[in-house]
Design a protein around this ligand. Structure first.
Ligand code: GDC
Length: 367
C-alpha cells in the first residue's frame, strides 16, 4: 500500500467528494474516467458526464471544506489550438503543401479544367483537420490563397473530443472558484502521462504502454494504428509528480502545460520500445483511432513560472515502463500472443451513480 488511507468511492457523487476531502488542507484531484485513443474516441458521452460530475463536485466539496489549495489536472487535449497567425493572404505554389504547426498539409491539386467547389471544399477540410483556422479564398490552377477565418467564424475554443471539452470547462470553473471564493487553485495540463502502474491492456491504455506490450508480445510483425507519422510528447510519471508538487507550491493560478517537449513520431517511439531487447520487427500500419495529427508541449511558461520543466527522456521512462509491463505479462502467464493487438473499448453508458466497476481497485487488493 502506498498511502496510509485508501478510500474507494464514486466521486461523481457529491457526498463521496465531501467525505474524501474531510480534514484536508490540500486536494489533488487527478480522478477521471480516461484512457488512450482506444477509449476516448468511442466514449464521448460517458466521459463528458462522468468527468464533469467528478471535477465539479470535487471542487465544490473542497470549497466547502475550506481546503487551502486545490490542484486539478487538465489535459493537452483540452488546450485549444492557437489560431494560426497569418497576417496576409498566403499564396501557395506547387507543391501545394503548407507546413502548419509541424504538420504537412497536402492541398488538393487542381485538375487542368477544374477550379471548382469540390477542390475548394476539400482544401478547407484538410486545413480544418489539422486545426488551422484558415479558409481558402481563391484557387487558381495549382495556386490556392488562404486567409484566416473571419473573426465571427473563428471557433473560440477547439478542444479535442468531449474529453478535452470537459477539461476546459473544469479549468474555467477552477479559475472562477479562485476569483470568486479566494480559493487557491492550480491547473496542470498533462501531456500523455505514462509509467509503471499505468493501464497497459484492455483498450484504455495509451500508446507508450500499448507499444511496450506489443513489442514484448508480437512475433513476426507489430501492429500500429495509423501511418506512424503522428507526433506526440509523453511525460514520465516521476516528472508529472514533481511538476504537480512544484506547481502546488507556486503562486501561479493559470493553466500550465505539464509535459515533456521531446516530440516523437509513433514510428520513432516503436523503435525505442523494440530497442530495449534488441528486437527488429516490421511495423504493420492498420486503421484505428488516431486523434490529433501532432501535439507537443510548449514549456516556455513552466520554465518561466516554476524555473523547471520535465526532463526525463522518453528512452529512459519507456525502458522502466517496458520492463514493468514485462513483469506483468510474466505474472499473467498464458498466451502472450493475445496481447499483440490493441482493442477498442465499446461505447459505454454511465454506470448507476454510486456504483463501481468490477475492476476498480483490484490492483490495490493484490498488494
Ligand atoms: O492513445 P494515445 O497515447 O493518445 O495515442 C497516441 C497515438 O498513438 C495515436 O495517434 C494512436 O492512434 C497511436 N497508436 C497506434 N497504435 C495502440 O495500439 C496504438 N494504442 C494506442 N493507445 N495508441 C496507438 C491522449 C489521450 C489521453 C490524454 C492525452 C493528453 O491522446 O488519449 O487521454 O488526454 O492525450 O496528452 P493521444 O496522445 O492521442
Amino acid at each position: 500500500m502506498f498511502c496510509h488511507e485508501f478510500i474507494l468511492a464514486d466521486l461523481r457523487v457529491y457526498d463521496n467528494c465531501a467525505k474524501v476531502v474531510k480534514g484536508c488542507e490540500h486536494v489533488f484531484n487527478l480522478a477521471a474516467d480516461m484512457g488512450g485513443m482506444g477509449f476516448i474516441q468511442s466514449n464521448h458521452g460517458v466521459i463528458f458526464y462522468n468527468n464533469t460530475m467528478i471535477s465539479f463536485n470535487m471542487l465544490e466539496a473542497a470549497r466547502k471544506e475550506g481546503v487551502k489549495r486545490c490542484v486539478g489536472g487538465g489535459a493537452a487535449v483540452g488546450a485549444p489550438p492557437k489560431p494560426l497567425l497569418v497576417a496576409a493572404p498566403v499564396s501557395l505554389c506547387r507543391p501545394s503543401q503548407l507546413l502548419l504547426r509541424q504538420q504537412r498539409v497536402h492541398l488538393p491539386r487542381a485538375r487542368a479544367d477544374d477550379d471548382g467547389p469540390e477542390r475548394w471544399a476539400e482544401g478547407e477540410r484538410r486545413l480544418a483537420r489539422c486545426g488551422a483556422w484558415l479558409r481558402v479564398v481563391h484557387t487558381y490552377r495549382t495556386r490556392m490563397s488562404l486567409l484566416p477565418h473571419a473573426p465571427r467564424r473563428l471557433p473560440t475554443r477547439q478542444p479535442q473530443d468531449a474529453y478535452g471539452l470537459e477539461k476546459l470547462a473544469s479549468e474555467e470553473l477552477a479559475k472562477h472558484y479562485g476569483k470568486d471564493f479566494g480559493m487557491e487553485t492550480r491547473i496542470a495540463r498533462f501531456h500523455n502521462i505514462y509509467g509503471p502502474y499505468g493501464t497497459w491492456k484492455g483498450g484504455r491504455e495509451k500508446a507508450p504502454a500499448a507499444f511496450c506490450r506489443k513489442a514484448l508480445t508480437s512475433a513476426s510483425e507489430i501492429e500500429m494504428w495509423g501511418d506512424g507519422l503522428q507526433t506526440r510528447s509523453f511525460t514520465f510519471i516521476d516528472d508529472c509528480v514533481e511538476g504537480i508538487l512544484r506547481l502546488t507550491k507556486s503562486d501561479f493560478a493559470e493553466p500550465l502545460n505539464l509535459g515533456s517537449d521531446e516530440m516523437v513520431s509513433m514510428n520513432q517511439m516503436m523503435e525505442i520500445a523494440l530497442s530495449f531487447e534488441g528486437k527488429k520487427l516490421p511495423i504493420k500500419h492498420i486503421p484505428g483511432p488516431e486523434g490529433v495529427r501532432g501535439r507537443n508541449s510548449n514549456n516556455d511558461l513552466i520554465k518561466e513560472k516554476l524555473g523547471w520543466a520535465p526532463s526525463i527522456s522518453l528512452a529512459d521512462g519507456l525502458k522502466v515502463t517496458y520492463f514493468w509491463i514485462k513483469e506483468q505479462l510474466q505474472k499473467e502467464g498464458g498466451d502472450a500472443a493475445k496481447y499483440a493487438h490493441s482493442t477498442i473499448v465499446a461505447t459505454l453508458a454511465p454506470m448507476e451513480l454510486g456504483a463501481l466497476r468490477a475492476s476498480d481497485a483490484t490492483e490495490f487488493e493484490k498488494k
